[in-house]
Design a protein around this ligand. Structure first.
Ligand code: NAD
Ligand code: WQD
Length: 336
């Protein structure tokens, strides 16, 4: 398939490009590089041994986007482009609402004009807000207890996409709710490259391991979890990338939603210990108060994706730590 990949220069986008190409698809990337570096695309090209058409474009720019559509015939769109920092979204809500919502509206508009039939959207565990039950299923309520504008944009965009699919019966929408993506390609040449001090746990731990940061602050050890620290469903980014290929292979009218997760929870302390084992060093940490807005535990059932997409998360948390460590230790300053 010819596939438009928005946000393809980013963390999940780059790993997905590899899986798309390995499976015979032809991706075209658009990205404004607001949170990435064109070097990431060059590195993907080196891994797959083929060139990837790349356009430095803001998805909100309809005129520029139309030029890309007019030169290609896309069978599907995988829409990663968006801002993703929970904390920044609280301090810059308008930037988040306008970037994430406007870009998707413009993209949908152009996609409709050019008759694209399939749309895969990067949604997030965050739409479940305060989990109604564990493990979470796709049928659980969404929108209740979302504590930040970033999460709201994902919740709103899920609704917008479902409405567009209702109005256009031959337009298929797949909402993929990612849990906590971690790890990197096993080559060690691409990976997560946060602009500032990382917000997410695993990139923070890996920067402590490489000596860029002093110690990990563990946000709370008084949750109702086995060791009192937060529990999450960490999924290897390569497994996540494969989930997109599986979703492209699957055809069903209307809107379908899938959790991309492992079904297993790992605590903050378990993750720090696993990373230390892999890096061959003790990771210093201290327990600090809970982070506002956090829930104690969040993990989900992958059963629907297993059954309907034939997709399974295969990689372990140890492999994720090994791959992240290879990327971090070989590229201490990321792509810079
Ligand atoms: P990322 O920041 O590495 O990648 C997103 C890419 O989109 C970046 O390259 C950025 O430059 C680009 N971009 C942003 N706004 C754009 C615009 N208006 N026009 C063109 N390009 C634009 O993030 P990621 O971790 O790869 O996440 C990809 C998607 O998955 C995002 O939508 C994110 O919200 C979602 N998601 C991520 C996680 C996670 O923890 N990483 C979890 C759930 C969902
Ligand atoms: C994981 C655990 C923290 C950092 C976020 C978004 C979610 C999704 C994934 C995009 C929690 C603890 C963290 C640290 C810590 N992104 N922690 N010290 O909060 O589950 O999810 O990223 O859609 O929307 O909310 O991920 O990696 O920030 O935290 O103790 O320095 O690690 O309290 O228990 P989270 P995270």
């Amino acid at each position: 398939m010819n596939i438009l990949v928005t946000g393809g220069a980013g963390y999940i986008g780059t790993h997905t490009l590899i899986e798309l190409i390995k499976n015979g698809h032809s991706p075209v990337v658009v990205d404004n590089l607001s949170n990435s570096n064109a070097e990431s695309i060059r590195r993907v090209e080196a891994i797959v041994g083929t060139s990837i058409p790349f356009h430095k474009i803001d998805v909100q720019d309809k005129e520029e986007l139309e030029k890309v559509f007019s030169r290609n015939t896309f069978d599907a769109i995988v829409h990663f482009a968006g801002l993703k920092s929970v904390g920044q979204s609280v301090s810059h809500p308008l930037e988040y609402y306008s970037n994430n919502i406007d870009s998707t509206l413009v993209l949908l508009d152009v996609a409709q004009d050019y008759g694209v039939k399939k749309f895969i959207f990067s949604s997030s565990a965050t739409v479940y807000g305060t989990p109604e039950e564990l493990p979470l299923k796709e049928t659980n309520r969404t929108g209740f207890g979302i504590t930040n504008p970033y999460g709201q944009t994902k919740f709103m965009l899920e609704q917008i996409l479902a409405d567009v699919a209702i109005a256009n019966p031959d337009f298929e929408v797949t909402l993929l709710r990612y849990f906590n993506p971690v790890g990197a390609d096993s080559s060690g040449t691409i990976g997560e490259d946060p602009n500032d001090i990382p917000n997410n746990l695993l990139p923070y731990v890996s920067q402590v391991a490489v000596g860029k940061l002093e110690k990990v602050s563990v946000f709370g050890d008084d949750y109702d979890t086995p060791d009192g620290t937060g529990v999450r469903d960490y999924i290897h980014v390569v497994d996540l990338a494969k989930g997109h290929v599986a979703a492209l292979n699957h055809s069903k009218p209307g809107t379908e939603v899938y959790n991309l997760c492992t079904g297993t929870g790992t605590s903050v302390l378990e993750l720090i210990t696993a990373f230390g084992r892999v890096a061959g060093k003790e990771i210093p940490y201290e327990i600090v108060p809970r982070r506002p807005g956090d829930v104690g535990a969040c993990y989900a059932s992958p059963e629907k994706a297993n059954k309907e997409l034939g997709w399974f998360a295969e990689k372990s948390i140890e492999e994720a730590c090994e791959d992240s460590w290879r990327w971090q230790s070989q590229n201490p300053s990321g792509y810079a």
